[in-house]
Design a protein. Structure first.
Lengths: 267, 80
């Protein structure tokens, strides 16, 4: 068994299953700290072949899987920079997070996201990089980015479009509404809905099933079924950067950061 | 078909149970943000709980600005 316990996440390999536990309070906001550890994790994932056949990603925090990108860090960093520097900084961050999520997406391991509660924005995009999503019945999925004058930037649109088609993406993105686990199951976004507090157990039992299969056949099936939408992923970064240059985005971020509500997630 | 009063009563019961407050402390006209002392994230939990219970989809933009149980019941009633 190999393991790592970091500041924002921990991982271990045991009995052929790698588990990545996110624990960056308050809600696994993906900023520089999480990105750095995700990059280390992606390296470990490459080396995990032979030791593990499945990967489970889950959150140890009670409120949910992840609230997405760390908007407070993004805003604070952007305030100190010119518009050109801001976009350059965001582009570097996006390139790095895309490399991590692409590594998870294309991993020969069978990957399972076990989600509960808030699964928003970049957190939703992390789950979408996995092969299967097991959702607690209290899970909620949302792309709130248009509220900030942006689009999702961690590969969410190309991956959701690949997996479910354009109609579901348009509904989620253009309305900014959140959907529950039942709706997510009905539209094929999640593969199983678990009782409250049971998503990880269901994911573990699913992992025990998938590791029974021949690794080469499973990996070949995955490559065949899940082509990487590389061109669209590139275009997403470009579009995000174009939108990010606008003053309206800084204003949207300022409103979010200065909100007196503890979690200003509702529109 | 449930009446608005029945739906409101069920919502009050579910909210009391979810946030672990005595049912008698909640009234239909209460501002649930204030009475339950919840933020918008917890309001989202309540929304999910209600959707699961009533078997409806309630887009969050339809409940944005809704702060009292009775109006919330009306929104749900419209989708039953």
């Amino acid at each position: 068994m190999s393991s790592h316990h970091g500041k924002t996440m921990s991982w271990q390999v045991k009995d052929g299953v790698m588990e990545l536990a996110l624990h960056h309070a308050p809600l696994n906001e993906i900023g520089t700290a999480m990105l750095e550890e995700l990059e280390s994790f992606a390296q470990q994932l490459e080396g995990a072949q032979g030791k593990a056949s499945a990967l489970i990603i889950y959150s140890q925090l009670p409120k949910g899987f992840s609230a997405g990108a760390d908007l407070r860090e993004l805003y604070a960093g952007a305030l100190l920079r010119t518009a050109v520097e801001r976009v350059a900084g965001v582009r570097v961050f996006l390139e790095r997070i895309h490399r991590v999520l692409n590594a998870i997406d294309a991993s020969p391991l069978t990957t399972i996201a076990a989600v509960h509660g808030v699964t928003f924005g970049g957190g939703f995009e992390l789950a979408l990089a996995c092969d299967l999503i097991v959702a607690d019945k209290m899970a909620r999925f949302c792309f709130p980015e248009l509220r900030l004058g942006l689009i999702p930037g961690f590969g969410g649109i190309p991956r959701l479009k690949r997996d479910l088609g354009n109609g579901v993406v348009r509904d989620l993105l253009l309305t900014g509404r959140s959907i529950n686990a039942s709706k997510a199951l009905a539209c094929g976004l999640v593969s199983q809905v678990a009782g409250e507090g049971e998503a990880l157990n269901v994911a573990r039992s699913t992992a025990m099933q998938v590791i029974k299969f021949d690794r080469m056949a499973s990996a070949a099936a995955k490559r065949f079924l899940k082509p990487m939408p590389r061109e669209e992923l590139r275009r997403e970064i470009e579009l995000f950067c174009e939108l990010f240059m606008r003053p309206a985005v800084m204003e949207g971020l300022r409103r979010f950061v200065e909100s007196t509500d503890a979690h200003p997630y509702l529109p | 078909m449930k009446t608005l009063e029945q739906t409101t009563e069920e919502i009050l019961g579910l909210a009391a149970q979810h946030f672990k407050v005595p049912r008698e402390q909640l009234a239909a006209g209460d501002d649930f943000y204030k009475t339950l002392k919840i933020d918008s994230l917890q309001a989202l939990e309540l929304l999910t709980r209600l959707e699961n219970h009533f078997g409806v989809e309630l887009p969050d933009f339809e409940v944005a600005g809704v702060t009292d149980f009775r109006t919330l019941a009306g929104r749900i009633q419209a989708r039953l």
